[in-house]
Structures are given as structure tokens and as C-alpha cells.
Design a protein around this ligand. Structure first.
Ligand code: FUL
Length: 614
């Protein structure tokens, strides 16, 4: 009799316990939520950009729109090589510049002759978009296109008729080449150009001219799952992070405001109180420029630099869009290809062995004391399970006990973002020889501690040997939901590995007779053939020359104009700029800033004069 009672009591408590687990309510969503297409994109983590156009043949970053299609004649164009290179670099898809600002189309558009149709390549019968779309499918990569809204070739750019042209081209691209994962609308808009021979400056209102809401409807009707990228205040799915240097803010909310201006701070850090879900995409090039330039063959980013970029993009709740330029022969340069491969190997080796896997996880609070939301859910490798606290608990600790002294220097955390991005601030401590030691993010620019997590946050710190690791959620918008914690030991990279060998040092005599004029003393006995300008590298753009003229003083004391023009894209990508001219002997160079991005005074980080035999 007694045994029977005991049996029923324990059965009852088992049932009650199980019911309790099931009865614990799922946390409520918090703030704006991601759409399925946005989650899929963030899960891709890294994908490639390919910049290729007439610029490849004119050695420019921005074509003016009057370049001859005859220049497009690659001897060895091989889209399969591009796809292989990108795949082995760990990229999950490729976005191709189907049309850059010069207006030249890499596909035979029915709406213009300014395309591969008019080039000698394959007797005008080729289609780069088709070849790359096929190559991507063969390699198991996703495919997407960049279609520049700004078109410096089109006669009607700036007028309403151009919008029909733009939409017709979009329709062609989005209906003839299969599924696309993203569509990229560059923000460089309006300015001077050829415009069918008008050779003038055309201004547009970035917010209204393109009628984005209508265009978005068209896109969604053609490709419902596509992710729309933009850098303006439109209701896009994905946002620019405000710089092309390869990093997003260490605080990075996947939220934006649906109305109002979009200042740099919003792009770079997201908006904690935002009302729409728009995660950041960090775009940068494996070389200084977006297009191929032979003079950059020795400036391909090092593996250390690429790892730094990875930590500051994928490791900061962003995706990484890494550009591989195609060389004039129609292939990705071997240096870029090998560097990409080494980068992927490094990412793989850092993250292959998760030291947290065999640790024991405990937490200061587990939602409803339920197993479903227990601390060990952060270690089960499943994306749809998570550790959660009770609704009213927005600060809590989660501790990993390794059981023995363990060395590590990387920490990974992921939030269950399907129910919103929540964590505002957290801290990490390691138990070293019985003492709790705080761990700081080595890569954070401002010392404001550890803030957001989102899709994935990676924290890098010098190697510690500890028996336990404690994550303290200091503040969260609602109960925190953490789906993964990982701990790794990466090879330490030395400080010098981070340098990109971009900075030259000159010892020229320089004077400023007026705020926008720079005079440089030159040896008149040595002919020179180029001048190089390295703009200021800080975040404010004061003093950056976007347009210039360059003059040389001849032996008779007269000034000769050696060049004039614009430094394309210098504001977003402040790399070395080169002005080439026929060899000449001069005693002085006069560099005039015809237009400054902001400020009143021409600024520079370095300048160089190239002697004609260099
Ligand atoms: C910029 C453009 O102006 C560059 O040429 C490049 O395409 C880059 C990805 O976006 O804003």
C-alpha cells in the first residue's frame, strides 16, 4: 500500500514538473522583428562583391559615361574562376556590378547600346551577368546584382524619363537571371557626367527622384525573397554602415528610424529606439580601390587586416560584403585569390574548436525554472533554442565552468533575434587563479565596455587561462534570450600585421600660400610623371579635396596645367589618389583644391611626386 502511494506521488510530481516546463510562457517579442529574408541574409555572414566595368580598362574608379565600349575586350574572361575564388574565400554569394556609375551594362540590355553588345568581346554576343549567374549556381553560391541608380551616360538622367529606363533595367535583371539574394543601389547620386553629350552637372533629390516606394513594389513583385540594400532613409532591408573602410560600430542595433534623416551615427551604430529592422552590411574591398588598378597589386589586404575586418563586421552583428576586383584580362588577380583563401582558412581555424562545448553552464535565473530555457541551451548547437530569464529579470549572469584551467582569447555570443534584439550592455570576467578578472574587447574604439550582441558578437582579448568564464547581462530591453555562447583560442596577431602598407612617407618641402593651394618643391633636373595625394584618414571629412587642378612651374617661370578633375569616391574610400601626366621638368607643383568636401582648408595625410623612371 505504502509503495503504491509512493509510486503515485512521484508520478504526480513528475507530471507536475513536466507541465511546469511546458506551461512556462514563451517570451514576448521585443520591438521590431526581422523578416525571414533578413535572417537568411545574416546567416550567410560573408558574401563577395565583384567590381568590373569599363573602369577596369581606363584605370578609373568612376567612369564619366563617355568611355568607348570598344575598350571592353577581356582576353580570358572566366566567371567560373571568380566563383571558385569567392567560394574558397568563404563567401556564400556574389554581387556583381551589372551597371556602375558610367552606365555601361555588363548584360545586353534591350534599352541601351551602351553595353557588352557594342563591345568586341564575343563579337557583342556575350553576357557577363548570365555567365556569372550560371557559374554561381554551379558552385552552389547565391547571386545578386548592383545596379547604379546614377548613370553618367544616360541623356535623360535627372529627368523623370530616366526612372522608366532604370526600372526597365531592373525588370530585365530581376526576371531573366533566376533567384537573387540581394539588390544593391549605390548612394552616389547626381553630379557631373557626359549625359549623352551634355557634359554638365545634374542635381537630383536623393529622397524623391527615384520614387523608391514604387520601385520597391516592383522588386518585391519580381523577387519576393530578395533583400534590398540602401544607404538612404528608405524602408530598405539592409543598410550601409556609413564607411567603406570595413567596420561597423561596436554598438550595433539592427534597428533604424523609418522617417527622418539618416545621419552617419544611425548608419554606423543603428538606433536603439528604432522602429524598423534594418541590419547593417559592412562593405569593403580586398584592395584600396573597388576596381582593379595594377598599381595596387602590392596593396592587397593582409590576412591580419582581413581578420580585423571580420571581427569588426560579422563579429559586430553585421554581414561582410568583401570586394574582389576583376583585372583587365577578365580574371581575379592571383594575389587576391590566394589572400582570400588564406583568410577563409584563418576564420575556419580560429572557430573550429569550441572550448565551451564540454563546459557546464549555470545561470543566476532560468525562465520559470524550466529546462526549456536553461543555461545549457547556449551550448546545444541549435539555433532555435535559447537561455532566457523571467520577464522581469533584465540583468543576470551565465557562468561556464571548464572543469580545468583552459586558455582562450575569443568569446562569441548570439541572441535569438527572431524575438528582437535586446541586450544593451554586458560584461565578461574570467576566473584566473581564484580571482575574477574582467575581459575587455581589444578592438573597441571607445572604452564604453561591451554593449550590443544581436546576430553575433565576437569579443577579442589577450589570451587568459581560466577555470570559469562569466557573462553578466548588465542591461537588456527585456529578458535576454541567448542562443549561443562559444569560446575559442585564436593565434595571436601582432600589431604590425594590421598595417596595410598604405602610408608612404615623403620629405617634400610644402607650403600653403592660400588655404586651398599647396605648393610642392620639386627637383627641376628630374622629370616627373605623376602626383599622389593621400587625404586625411580621420572620420571627419574636413579638407578632403574632391576636385582639383594641378599645375607645374616650367623653367621659364610659367605655370602649365598638368591635370584637373575629380577624385572619385574619395570621401567614402579615402585611398591614395594619383594624377598622371606626360613627363615634365618643373621646379614647383601647385595643387589646387577646386572643391573641398567640407571645411575651408585643404588637408592631407601625405603627398608624393613620382619621377618618370619609377
Ligand atoms: C560607392 C561607389 O561610388 C563605389 O564606386 C563603389 O561601387 C562602392 C561599393 O560604392 O559608393
Amino acid at each position: 500500500m505504502k509503495l503504491k502511494t509512493l509510486f503515485f506521488v512521484s508520478l504526480l510530481s513528475c507530471i507536475m514538473f513536466a507541465c511546469m516546463g511546458n506551461k512556462v510562457k514563451e517570451p514576448k517579442p521585443c520591438g521590431p522583428l526581422p523578416a525571414e529574408r533578413q535572417i537568411k541574409l545574416q546567416d550567410m555572414e560573408m558574401y563577395a562583391f565583384i567590381h568590373y566595368s569599363l573602369n577596369t580598362y581606363t584605370d578609373q574608379e568612376w567612369g564619366y559615361g563617355n568611355e568607348s565600349p570598344q575598350l571592353f575586350n577581356p582576353s580570358d574572361l572566366d566567371c567560373r574562376q571568380w566563383a571558385r575564388v569567392c567560394k574558397q574565400a568563404g563567401m556564400k554569394g556574389i554581387i556583381l556590378t551589372a551597371k556602375h556609375h558610367c552606365g555601361f551594362c555588363l548584360w545586353p540590355s534591350a534599352y541601351t547600346d551602351f553595353s557588352v553588345k557594342s563591345s568586341p568581346w564575343k563579337d557583342g554576343k556575350g553576357d557577363v551577368v548570365r555567365e556569372l549567374a550560371d557559374a554561381c549556381r554551379e558552385e552552389g553560391l547565391k547571386f545578386a546584382v548592383y545596379l547604379s541608380p546614377w548613370d553618367r551616360n544616360h541623356p535623360q538622367y535627372g529627368y523623370p524619363e530616366y526612372i522608366d529606363y532604370f526600372r526597365n533595367q531592373l525588370r530585365e535583371l530581376l526576371s531573366q537571371y533566376g533567384d537573387m539574394f540581394e539588390v544593391w543601389f549605390d548612394g552616389a547620386n547626381g553630379g557631373d557626367g557626359w549625359y549623352g553629350g551634355a557634359n554638365e552637372r545634374r542635381h537630383i533629390d536623393r529622397k524623391t527622384y527615384y520614387q523608391w516606394p514604387e520601385t520597391y513594389k516592383l522588386i518585391r513583385s519580381l523577387q519576393p525573397e530578395i533583400v534590398i540594400w540602401a544607404d538612404v532613409g528608405t524602408r530598405a532591408d539592409l543598410r550601409w554602415v556609413g564607411t567603406e573602410a570595413g567596420y561597423v560600430g561596436s554598438t550595433n542595433w539592427s534597428l533604424m528610424k523609418s522617417t527622418g534623416d539618416v545621419p552617419f551615427e544611425h548608419l554606423h551604430f543603428g538606433v536603439e529606439t528604432g522602429d524598423i529592422w534594418v541590419p547593417g552590411e559592412t562593405n569593403t574591398s580586398i584592395r584600396p580601390g573597388w576596381f582593379y588598378h595594377q598599381k595596387e597589386d602590392n596593396h592587397v589586404k593582409s590576412v591580419a587586416k582581413l581578420m580585423d575586418t571580420y571581427y569588426k563586421s560579422v563579429g559586430r552583428n553585421s554581414t561582410l560584403l568583401l570586394n574582389f576586383p576583376v583585372a583587365p584580362n577578365g580574371r581575379i588577380h592571383p594575389t587576391d585569390s590566394v589572400r582570400g583563401l588564406m583568410f577563409a582558412r584563418m576564420v575556419e581555424s580560429v572557430f573550429k574548436d569550441d572550448l565551451a562545448k564540454h563546459a557546464k553552464a549555470t545561470a543566476s535565473n532560468e525562465r520559470g525554472n524550466s529546462r526549456r530555457y536553461a543555461a545549457n541551451k547556449v551550448l546545444d548547437g541549435k539555433a532555435d533554442t535559447y537561455w532566457a530569464t523571467d520577464d522581469d529579470v533584465t540583468s543576470a549572469t551565465l557562468t561556464l565552468d571548464f572543469g580545468e584551467p583552459t586558455s582562450f582569447n575569443r568569446f562569441v555570443a548570439e541572441e535569438y533575434i527572431r524575438l528582437g534584439q535586446r541586450v544593451k550592455k554586458f560584461a565578461l570576467d574570467a576566473l584566473v587563479d581564484g580571482q575574477w578578472v574582467p575581459l575587455k574587447d581589444q578592438l573597441v574604439e571607445h572604452g564604453d565596455g561591451l554593449t550590443t550582441i544581436g546576430h553575433r558578437r565576437i569579443i577579442c582579448f589577450p589570451t587568459v587561462t581560466a577555470t570559469q568564464l562569466r557573462m553578466t547581462i548588465v542591461d537588456s530591453k527585456a529578458c535576454p534570450l541567448i542562443s549561443k555562447i562559444g569560446v575559442y583560442l585564436a593565434p595571436e596577431l601582432k600589431e604590425e600585421d594590421y598595417r596595410t602598407s598604405l602610408k608612404h612617407s615623403s620629405n617634400l618641402n610644402i607650403a600653403f600660400p592660400s588655404p586651398k593651394t599647396m605648393l610642392i618643391e620639386v627637383d627641376p633636373h628630374k622629370a616627373i610623371s605623376a602626383f599622389r595625394y593621400f587625404p586625411p584618414q580621420g572620420t571627419d571629412k574636413d579638407g578632403v579635396a574632391t576636385h582639383y587642378s594641378l599645375w607645374g612651374m616650367l623653367p621659364d617661370g610659367k605655370w602649365e596645367k598638368l591635370g584637373a578633375g575629380e577624385f572619385s569616391n574619395i570621401v567614402n574610400n579615402p585611398i591614395w589618389q594619383e594624377v598622371k601626366f606626360s613627363p615634365v621638368n618643373v621646379s614647383l607643383l601647385r595643387f589646387e583644391a577646386e572643391h573641398l568636401e567640407s571645411g575651408e582648408r585643404l588637408a592631407y595625410d601625405d603627398v608624393e611626386v613620382v619621377h618618370s623612371k619609377e
